[in-house]
Design a protein around this ligand. Structure first.
Ligand code: HEM
Ligand code: CU
Length: 444
C-alpha cells in the first residue's frame, strides 16, 4: 500500500464550506459524522424535531480531493430514537455506503471508499422510511475537487434547499409533527434554504464586496421538489449543472434536482441586496425559500444607475409633460372624507391588495393583516411611515410575528392620505380621516 498522509476532515455548517484543497496529491481523509435528533427552529415560533448529520440542517459540508481514500465513520448519538445510515452519491459501490453504515443509536460504523469521480454530491440517510428520514433533514453535500483543483474565488458558500411537511399550515406555531399525508402528496408546508425560514436573511445573510467572485455550492435535499434556483439581480457567469464537470455560461436560473446539486459562480459588480430564490415563486414568498446576499462597496452607475427619473406619463398628449410633484391631478383630488374613501379604495386595490388581500385579512406568516390590526390602530403615523418608507424587520401584528419586507409604495402624499383613510375606515379598524398635513408630518 502507498504511503499516504492521513488527514482529519474539516467539516462545516451551512453557509460555510471548508477551505479549498491545496494538496497536489491524494490523501487518506478521515470523516467523522455524528447523527443527532434535535428540536430546532423551523420558523419564528415554529419548532420541529430535525434528524441531522452533525447537529443542523443541512448536514456538515465535506470536502475531499479526487482519488482521496475516505475512511468514513458514522456515529449515531445514544439519545436518538431511530437507526440511521448514509448514502453518499460520491461513492462508487452498493447503496453509496447505506448498508455498510446502518447504525443503531449509541453505535458507530466505519467503511472506506475512494472518491474516483470529481463533482458536488448530495449525501442523505437511506433508512426506511427513507422519505421521512430525508424530510426530517437528513441530507448534506460532499465536494470532490478535481485533481487540478478549483479556480480560486473570493467567497464560497453552502446553500441547500429542502421541503418540510408539518401537520399545521405554514406559520402555525408550536412544535410541529411530521405529516406523512402531505409528504406523500408532495404538498410541503415549508420550502427553505439551510433548514429554516430566515436561515439566510437579516443578520444571517451571506455577504460579499463589490468586485468579489462568489461561488455557491447549491444542493437540494428534497425529498420531493425540484428547485429552480435563481439569484434576483445577478446572472451566473458559470454554472456546473447538476454538480458535474461541464460548465454553462451566462445562466439566469438553474435546475437543482431533488438529490442533486449545482455549482454557481458570479462576480458581484453592484452593491445591494441580492435575493436567493426558488423561482417556483410561491415557495419563496409564501413557504420560506428566500435567502439574501448583501453586497457592499461603491456604486457602479455604468452597470446599474438606479432610478434616474420618475414623471407623469400622459399617453393622450402629443408630448410627455412633467408635472411638479406636489400638484395632484384634479381627478385624484379629494376635498372631503367620502371622496378620500372612494379614491382610497381604488388605490388600495392597485397598491396593497396583492399582499394584504381584498378584505385586509393578509396571509398568515407572510403578509400581516390590516383588518383589525392592533399594530396599525395603535399608531396611525407609524403606519403612514410604513407606506411611505417601507418596512423591514420583526413586528408583531395581532399576536403573530412577521419578519419580512414591505417595499416602499410609490404614492403621493395625497394618495397616502386617501389610502390610509380607506384602510382606517374598513374591516373593523378605528376610523378617522387622514389629511395631507398629517401625512407630511408623519413622513418627516
Ligand atoms: C406591513 C400597510 C402594501 C407587504 C404593513 C403595515 C401596514 C401596511 C399598516 C404594518 C403592519 C400591520 O398593521 O398589519 C400597507 C398599505 C399598502 C401596503 C396601506 C398599500 C398602499 C404592501 C405590499 C406588500 C406589503 C404591496 C407586498 C409586496 C407588507 C409586509 C409587511 C407589511 C410583508 C410586514 C413587514 C415586516 O414584517 O416588517 N403594511 N401595505 N404591503 N406590509 Fe404592507
Ligand atoms: Cu435517518
Amino acid at each position: 500500500p502507498t504511503e499516504m498522509p492521513v488527514i482529519e476532515a474539516e467539516l462545516t455548517d451551512a453557509p460555510l464550506v471548508p477551505a479549498p484543497i491545496t494538496r497536489k496529491h491524494p490523501a487518506k481523509v478521515v470523516v467523522r459524522l455524528e447523527v443527532t435528533e434535535v428540536v430546532k427552529k423551523l420558523a419564528d415560533g415554529v419548532d420541529y424535531t430535525f434528524w441531522t448529520f452533525g447537529g443542523s440542517v443541512p448536514g456538515k459540508f465535506i470536502r475531499v480531493r479526487q482519488n482521496d481514500e475516505v475512511e468514513f465513520h458514522l456515529m449515531n448519538h445514544p439519545d436518538s430514537k431511530n437507526p440511521h445510515n448514509i448514502d453518499l452519491h460520491a461513492v462508487t459501490g452498493p447503496g453509496g455506503g447505506a448498508a455498510a453504515t446502518f447504525t443503531a443509536p449509541g453505535q458507530e460504523t466505519v467503511f472506506n471508499f475512494k472518491a474516483i469521480n470529481p463533482g458536488l454530491y448530495v449525501y442523505h440517510c437511506a433508512t426506511a422510511p427513507v422519505g421521512m428520514h430525508i424530510a426530517n433533514g437528513m441530507y448534506g453535500l460532499i465536494m470532490v475537487e478535481p485533481e487540478e483543483g478549483m479556480e480560486p474565488v473570493d467567497k464560497e458558500y453552502y446553500v441547500m434547499q429542502g421541503d418540510f411537511y408539518t401537520k399545521g399550515a405554514f406559520g402555525a406555531p408550536g412544535l410541529q409533527p411530521f405529516d406523512m399525508e402531505k409528504a406523500l402528496d408532495e404538498r410541503p408546508s415549508y420550502v427553505v434554504f439551510n433548514g429554516s425560514v430566515g436561515a439566510m436573511t437579516g443578520d444571517n445573510a451571506i455577504t460579499a464586496k463589490v468586485g468579489d467572485k462568489v461561488r455557491l455550492f447549491v444542493g437540494n435535499g428534497g425529498p420531493n421538489l425540484v428547485s429552480s434556483f435563481h439569484v434576483i439581480g445577478e446572472i451566473f457567469d458559470k454554472v456546473h449543472p447538476e454538480g458535474g464537470s461541464n460548465v454553462n455560461t451566462n445562466v439566469q436560473t438553474t435546475l437543482v434536482p431533488a438529490g442533486g446539486s449545482a455549482i454557481t459562480e458570479f462576480k458581484v459588480d453592484v452593491p445591494g441586496n441580492y435575493v436567493l430564490v426558488d423561482h417556483s415563486i410561491f415557495r419563496t414568498f409564501n413557504k420560506g425559500a428566500l435567502g439574501m446576499l448583501k453586497v457592499e462597496g461603491p456604486d457602479n452607475l455604468a452597470i446599474f444607475s438606479g432610478q434616474t427619473e420618475q414623471k407623469i406619463y400622459l399617453p393622450e398628449g402629443s408630448a410627455i409633460q412633467e408635472m411638479p410633484k406636489s400638484e395632484t391631478p384634479k381627478a385624484a383630488f379629494a376635498s372631503n372624507k367620502d371622496m378620500r374613501m372612494e379614491l382610497g379604495k381604488t388605490l388600495y386595490a392597485q397598491n396593497c391588495q396583492a399582499c394584504h388581500q381584498a378584505e385586509g385579512q393578509g396571509i398568515t406568516g407572510a403578509f400581516p393583516p390590516l383588518a383589525k390590526s392592533d399594530y396599525l390602530n395603535a399608531d396611525v403615523d407609524r403606519s403612514i411611515g410604513v407606506v411611505a418608507h417601507g418596512l423591514e424587520g420583526q413586528i408583531k401584528v395581532n399576536g403573530e410575528v412577521y419578519n419580512s419586507t414591505m417595499p416602499k409604495i410609490k404614492l403621493t402624499d395625497e394618495e397616502i392620505a386617501n389610502v390610509m383613510t380607506y384602510v382606517l375606515n374598513s374591516w373593523g379598524n378605528k376610523g378617522g380621516e387622514v389629511n395631507l398635513d398629517q401625512v407630511k408630518k408623519a413622513k418627516a
